[in-house]
Design a protein around this ligand. Sequence first.
Ligand code: AMP
Length: 285
Amino acid sequence: MQIKNVMLLKSKSEVRELVSVLKKDNKIIGFVPTMGALHEGHESLIKRAITECDNVIVSIFVNPTQFGPNEDFDAYPKQLEQDIEICQKLGVSAIFAPVAEEMYSNTECLTSVIPPESLKNKMCGKSRKGHFDGVATVVLKLFNIVQPDNAYFGMKDAQQLFIIKKMVRDLDIPVNIIGCPIVRESSGLAMSSRNSYLSVEAKDKAVKISKVLESVRNEYLSGKILDVNQVMSIAKAILDAEISIEYLEMYNYQTLMPVNTVGAETLIAIAVKIDGIRLIDNLLI
Ligand code: AMP
């Protein structure tokens, strides 16, 4: 089998040109939006897209409008050469890796997608003001450029996935949104590009985040009725004292409305800071 070279596209017009050729050929286009520094979590999305679509386009764009002023936009890991190799190995047709100026002529004066406040005033949206406006806007722009049949998102960012699905329904965007399970390291730590910021000691501590979620699941499966305070007690007992919990919240996965006790379809979501590095994880019961 001959593997064709992955195309590296920097401009919207190059993507549009490719997409128009693929559409003429009735190809099913799969799309995986990422911020790069690809790991096995991203790879799982790409592999799924490859099995379900004729051609897969991966975007690599660290989107400035979804970062707050005190967040890690400048430090965000970049490894384009390695990302190209991964995409090539997996059989991706094209990578869209624009610079910010290609995506935005002016971020100060920008028409934006504003997801409903009731979906943003919880979990990551509480501390990351404007984050989901930036995410929804860039994802809609990418959908308009790539015009995919299917787009693949990770459950790792559960609130993001929920908001994107809602945007697609509300704005009648012709794309299927496919949610993919969280990929973890053998230790249980959810894979994340931000894990590269962690020292060895911090990583040892970070492993305990998934232990909290596993422990809640085990207690639930053993028949205990757990409210949010009990879930918090489990977390505090497992996590090191130096880990600060930003949130530990429980929602109905279908509605993203809060639930009082752990039950079927409960999403338990956690964000912590370890040595100043923010990590998120979640578990769907
Ligand atoms: P990012 O590059 O962090 O913006 O992520 C791009 C996509 O990959 C998003 O849809 C994420 O939810 C997904 N993703 C990131 N980490 C994981 C993971 N550990 N497992 C599954 N999907 C992931």
